[in-house]
Design a protein around this ligand. Sequence first.
Ligand SMILES: Nc1ncnc2c1ncn2[C@@H]1O[C@H](COP(=O)(O)OP(=O)(O)O)[C@@H](O)[C@H]1O
Ligand SMILES: [Mg+2]
Length: 375
Amino acid sequence: MALPHLEKLASRYAHMAVEAEKSGDRETAIEYYKRAAEVMGKIIQLYPDNPFRHLYLKQLQEYQNRINYLESLKEPASPGGEPEDDFDLEELVDEKPRITFKDVADLEHAKRILKRAVIYPALRPDLFVEGWYRGILLFGPPGCGKTMLGAALSNEIDAAFFNVDAPEIMSKWLGEAEKRVARIFRKARELEVQGRPVIIFIDEVDDLLGIHDSEVGGEARARNQFLKEMDGILEKGAKRRIFVIAATNKPWKLDIGFLRRFQIRVYIPPPDFEVRKLLFKHYTKRLALDGAVDFDELARLTEGYSSSDIRDIVVAAHHKVVEEFIETKGLYAKGEPRPLTMDDFVDIIRLRRPSITPEMVKAYEKWNEKYGTLA
Ligand SMILES: Nc1ncnc2c1ncn2[C@@H]1O[C@H](COP(=O)(O)OP(=O)(O)O)[C@@H](O)[C@H]1O
Ligand SMILES: [Mg+2]
């Protein structure tokens, strides 16, 4: 089976696992995660030189974490008393995200603001006698580097990094969400007291804090708990190096109570022409390219595409030549796939819609003018 088929298979199993998990069928979910992991393992074994190998390894690790987690839930509950809250905080603490500012293409404006707001106070708290900001919001269209920047930032200051996925906390843990929010902040304070800066990264924060049309009590309680915790670390005189970085694609869903606590709000825009060019260069760095591949033209053809779209285009083009190589030469043939040509890219770009429309950009820019930190 060629790489794209294997990839599809792995992702289909993973998808089925997620579905099974959603419907509460833990056993089936574990079974499907195991199959997904098996296929991913095969990919890693079959394509040891694939430039995206690290991504496959990461994916495999994620499946395995999920399996371990689900299996840990199977342990018999403690006899008598309340069922244990088996929420594993360690799972949220990512000891060392490997991404640095250098891996994030462009976004210079955002990096500068983050240096001033987070890096300098985290590394030289002694100089910031008046204190510093703790709440930072990253907003902008999907796939343009918000999550990446959050991870890179924690690396730059060697912080403990809590990666909190708001929809996950809110959906899976509804009812428990409030307690979990409290525990995350408690653990963060503990680590900070031990001498390490802490970043609590809350992805898709609008899910936690946005106003929902239909709201069950649990959501409001989780939101209030969160605001209370924010006030705790914002307290004057409490010079704690705990930073809460929140990311959202829908800043307009956030209410004023939230915005008041997130005073630095940074727009993460879609890549412009120059940045798209940079991204194509960045993601093809390790691939063989035909001499006629024209980066200016690729950037011109991808107006409205997110950074993540561009990465996907490169991956897809590369997979195409690998598949072609295997199917013409045989699975274990020696040699290399042919270099990527301009046509390979253009074919794939034609098959994809850009994920960012001009209307979306206008909406973000408008919100930025009104609420964003401009300098
Ligand atoms: N500025 C960037 N430079 C390099 N790669 C990027 C950039 N922005 C996004 N990507 C690619 O797209 C993927 C998704 O980006 P992500 O940070 O999750 O976007 P967001 O959080 O804004 O939705 C990243 O893992 C990375 O591969
Ligand atoms: Mg993201």
